[in-house]
Design a protein around this ligand. Structure first.
Ligand code: AP5
Length: 210
């Protein structure tokens, strides 16, 4: 699942994972989890993520190779936010060949104005990870999760400077991959500016057509 920061990759991949029974592999979530350890690598990950820059390809390679070798990935898996560079795309191609998988790419397309609102308005439950948005999907009680009442937090990279850097990294390193997959005939672009349910319906339709 590809798309600019805030396009809705996490929201949609989570729903698809439930519908199709395939594991959601979100490199952003995995890296944030890794960054909580007390190690030099974890500290550098924390800094890189908060700054909005991309994490080194070598770190991503180790992460993806190890995560996709799990038993739950035997029938395929949903990648959320990977690949983001040509080096990562080449690695994925190689992995897919070895694992006997076929790659399908969905790109969620959203305008810049909308992305900025989605990122600045995003709030996440500190307990269950449920994603809210103060503009588009506010919780019933401000600042607290509807599901478990735990406090909601704003991500360290959802502040203005980091958002600018993330969008720049997307333009520079990830956008060229869209063309790469389009030329290979593997890409399906989805209008991400509709409601969550409508985007989900379009994605499901495209997957069922495969
Ligand atoms: P990551 O966590 O992947 O962040 P991102 O790509 O910037 O994407 P986001 O999680 O911000 O947005 P999303 O598209 O998932 O949208 P969401 O569904 O949450 O990566 C974080 C960092 O980790 C990177 O900056 C980098 O440092 C590192 N990293 C990760 N992968 C890497 C890689 N492969 N290589 C190198 N570094 C890597 O939705 C956003 C908001 O919009 C929410 O509030 C949601 O409720 C709302 N929303 C969603 N859909 C809709 C809709 N249809 N209508 C209205 N509101 C909606």
């Amino acid at each position: 699942m590809m798309g600019a920061p805030g396009a809705g990759k996490g929201t949609q991949t989570h729903l698809l994972s439930e519908k199709y029974g395939l594991p959601q592999i979100s490199t952003g979530d995995l890296l944030r989890e890794m960054s909580k350890a007390e190690t030099p690598l974890a500290r550098s990950l924390k800094e890189t993520i908060a700054s909005g820059a991309l994490v080194r390809d070598e770190v991503l390679a180790d992460l993806i190779i190890s995560r996709t070798s799990g038993e739950d990935c035997r029938n395929g898996y949903l990648l959320d936010g990977f690949p983001r560079t040509l080096i990562q795309a080449n690695l994925l191609g190689e992995l897919a060949r070895r694992q006997g998988n076929e790659i399908r790419v969905f790109s969620i397309v959203v305008s810049m104005d909308c992305l900025l609102k989605r990122l600045s308005g995003r709030r996440i439950c500190t307990l269950c990870g449920e994603i809210y948005n103060v503009f588009f999907r506010p919780p019933k009680r401000e600042g607290f999760c509807d599901l478990d009442g735990a406090p909601l937090l704003q991500r360290s990279d959802d502040f203005e400077d980091s958002v600018k850097r993330r969008l720049a990294a997307y333009q520079e390193s990830t956008l060229p991959l869209i063309d790469y997959y389009r030329q290979g005939g593997r890409l399906k672009e989805i209008d991400g500016q509709r409601s969550v349910a409508e985007v989900f319906a379009k994605l499901s339709e495209s997957i069922d057509d495969i």
